[in-house]
Design a protein around this ligand. Structure first.
Ligand code: ATP
Ligand code: MG
Length: 520
C-alpha cells in the first residue's frame, strides 16, 4: 500500500509539472481529465467550466464518453454554486441517474471535484465508474489536492488565453489603423511598425523593425520636437507630455510626404519609460491646401494691386488742377485706365470662375458652336492689341459643329491667345486651327515664343501655377488661365495638353467630343 501511494505521489508530481507548462486550454483540460481518471481508475469523466459569471456550466473536455451524448449531461451542469464556500452539488446521485438513463451508459458511481483557484469556483471535474465500487476516502484525498493544482493551471491558461486574445485585438487595431503607428523601446528602436506606416514611408515592416527610428523616420524641414530626428536622439518627455513634430519625409522612391508625428511616452509601474508610441499622419493634402491659400493671397494681392495702382496714378495725374494736358496725353492716359480696368475685370472673372469651380457650381450652357467662326472672332479682337504678331487661322472648310458652351469656349480661346501673345515677346506667328478625327475635333493654338521647359509642362494646368523665369516676373498673370481652360475643356468631355520646346514655341491642343447636334 505504501509503495502504491508513493508511486501515486510521484505520478502526481509529474502531472503537475506537465500541467503548469501547458497554456493551451483544450490540451490542458484533456491532460487533467485523463490523469485524474487514471489516478483513481475511473472509466469516464468530463470537465465542465462556468459560463461567464452564471451558475451554468459547459463541458470543455470529455473522456470515455461519446461526444454525441454530451448534450444529455445537462442535469449535471445546472444550478452550480457561485461561491467556493457554498460548494456542493446537491442531489448528485439523482442527477447522475438521470444522465445515465439519458445516455444509456452504465454510469453508476460519480465523484465531483470543484476547481477552485484564487477564491473562485470556476468549474468541476466529474469522474464516473461503471461498476459497483464507490469512490473511497483515499480517492477523495488524492483527487482534491490534484484538483487544486489543476484549477490553478486552468486559471493560468484562461488568463493566458484572455491576454493573448486581447493582444491579438490590439495588434489588429494597430496594424489596420488608417494612420501610421509604431512602437519604440526606450532606446528608440522600432518594435512594432504597422501597415499604414509601411505605405507612408515605403519601408517594409520586416526591415524597419529592430532599427533605430532615425533611420526610418528622418524628417526634413522639421518643426517641433522630433525624437527620431537624429542619431542618438534621447527619449525625454518633460512633464510626461507627448511631443509633436511636423516635417517632410523623403521616401525610398524619391517622392516626398508631409507628415505630422506625435510621440507619446508609456511608463511602467516604477515610472520608467517603457515604450514610445508614435502616431504618424500624412498631412500632404492639408499642406498643399495651406500653400494654395498663401499663394492665392500673394498672387491676388500682387495682381490686383498693379492695375489699381496704374489706374489711380493716371487718374490722379490727369485730374491735377494745375496741369493742362494736350489731347494726346489725355487720350493715352485714359487708354491706360481703360485697359487696366479691363485687366481687372478679367482677373476678377477668372477668380470668380476658379472659386465657383472649387465650390462645384460650374454649369455649361450647351448649344451648337461653330468653332472656326468663334476662333476667328477672338483672333480679330487680339489682332488690334499687338503689332508684333501675325495671326493665321487654319481650319478645314467643312469643320463640324460641336455642342458646347460658346461663352466658355470663347474664354478658352481668349486665355490661350493671351498666353501665346504674352509669352512670345519677340512677336512671330500665332496660329489657330483644328481638324476632325473620328468622333472628336482637335483644336490648337500655336506660338513661336519662349516655350516651356519640359520639367514644367506637367504643372501648368494647375491653379496659380506660373513658370519661374525673368519673363514671368515681368509679365502679369495669376496662373489661372490654363487651369480654367482645362476645367472648361474637361467639363465638355475633352482633353487638353501642350507641346513645347524652350526657345522655339508652344502649341496647346484640346479636343472636344462630337455628339449629335441638339434637336431643332
Ligand atoms: P493668367 O492666365 O491667370 O493671367 P498666367 O498666364 O501666368 O496667368 P496660365 O495661363 O495658367 O497663367 O499659364 C501658366 C504658366 O504657363 C504661365 O505663367 C507661363 O509661364 C506658362 N505658359 C502658358 N502658356 C504659355 C506659352 N504659350 N508659352 C510659354 N509659356 C506659357
Ligand atoms: Mg494666361
Amino acid at each position: 500500500m505504501i509503495g502504491y501511494q508513493l508511486r501515486q505521489r510521484e505520478y502526481l508530481l509529474e502531472i503537475s509539472r506537465a500541467m503548469t507548462s501547458r497554456l493551451d486550454l483544450p490540451s490542458l483540460l484533456r491532460l487533467i481529465l485523463t490523469s485524474a481518471a487514471d489516478l483513481v481508475r475511473a472509466e469516464a469523466g468530463v470537465i465542465a467550466l462556468r459560463r461567464g459569471r452564471s451558475s451554468a456550466l459547459a463541458i470543455h473536455a470529455s473522456y470515455g464518453v461519446p461526444v454525441s451524448v454530451l448534450p444529455r449531461f445537462a442535469p449535471l451542469l445546472t444550478d452550480f454554486p457561485l461561491r467556493p464556500e457554498d460548494y456542493a452539488v446537491p442531489d448528485l446521485q439523482a442527477r447522475l441517474n438521470l444522465v445515465a438513463r439519458a445516455v444509456r451508459l452504465p454510469l453508476n458511481q460519480v465523484i465531483a471535484l470543484p476547481l477552485i483557484a484564487h477564491y473562485e469556483l470556476s468549474g468541476v471535474i466529474y469522474l464516473f465508474r461503471s461498476g459497483s465500487s464507490a469512490f473511497t476516502e483515499n480517492d477523495h484525498a488524492v483527487l482534491s489536492s490534484f484538483a487544486d493544482q489543476a484549477a490553478i493551471a486552468v486559471r493560468n491558461a484562461q488568463l493566458y488565453q484572455q491576454v493573448s486574445g486581447e493582444k491579438r485585438q490590439l495588434d489588429a487595431v494597430i496594424q489596420h489603423s488608417a494612420d501610421g503607428v509604431m512602437i519604440l523601446d526606450p532606446e528608440l528602436r522600432i518594435q512594432v511598425f504597422n501597415e499604414a506606416l509601411s505605405r507612408l514611408t515605403g519601408w517594409p515592416a520586416e526591415q524597419a523593425i529592430g532599427r533605430p527610428c532615425y533611420q526610418v523616420l528622418a524628417l526634413e524641414q522639421m518643426e517641433g520636437d522630433d525624437l527620431c530626428g537624429a542619431e542618438g536622439g534621447e527619449a525625454a518627455f518633460p512633464g510626461g507630455r507627448p511631443l509633436m513634430a511636423d516635417g517632410v519625409l523623403l521616401r525610398a522612391g524619391g517622392s516626398r510626404v508631409a507628415l505630422s508625428v506625435t510621440y507619446s511616452p508609456l511608463y511602467d509601474d516604477e515610472g520608467r519609460l517603457a515604450n514610445v508610441i508614435v502616431n504618424v499622419v500624412d498631412v500632404t493634402r492639408f499642406r498643399e491646401a495651406e500653400e494654395m491659400k498663401s499663394t492665392f493671397v500673394s498672387v491676388i494681392s500682387h495682381e490686383l494691386k498693379t492695375p489699381v495702382a496704374l489706374i489711380k496714378g493716371y487718374a490722379n495725374t490727369l485730374a491735377r488742377e494745375d496741369a493742362h494736358w494736350d489731347e494726346e496725353t489725355l487720350r493715352e492716359g485714359l487708354q491706360v485706365i481703360s485697359e487696366e480696368s479691363d485687366r481687372l475685370t478679367a482677373l476678377i472673372n477668372n477668380l470668380l470662375d476658379a472659386s465657383r469651380i472649387q465650390a462645384g457650381g460650374f454649369k455649361l450652357e450647351r448649344a451648337d458652336v461653330d468653332l472656326p467662326r468663334l476662333a476667328g472672332a477672338v483672333v480679330e479682337n487680339w489682332r488690334t492689341q499687338t503689332e508684333k504678331h501675325r495671326f493665321a487661322l487654319d481650319f478645314p472648310a467643312r469643320f463640324p459643329t460641336v455642342v458646347g458652351d460658346e461663352e466658355r469656349l470663347r474664354q478658352v480661346f481668349n486665355n490661350l491667345l493671351s498666353n501665346a501673345i504674352k509669352y512670345s515677346p519677340e512677336g512671330g506667328e500665332v496660329r489657330v486651327g483644328g481638324w476632325r478625327e473620328n468622333d472628336e475635333v482637335t483644336v490648337y493654338v500655336a506660338d513661336q515664343g519662349i516655350g516651356v521647359p519640359e520639367s514644367e509642362q506637367g504643372n501648368l494646368f494647375q491653379r496659380f501655377y506660373r513658370v519661374d523665369s525673368s519673363l514671368r516676373r515681368s509679365t502679369q498673370g495669376a496662373g489661372l488661365g490654363l487651369f480654367l481652360c482645362r476645367t472648361i475643356v474637361e467639363a465638355h468631355g475633352g482633353r487638353i495638353w501642350l507641346r513645347s520646346e524652350a526657345g522655339k514655341g508652344t502649341t496647346v491642343f484640346f479636343t472636344l467630343p462630337l455628339e449629335e447636334s441638339l434637336p431643332e
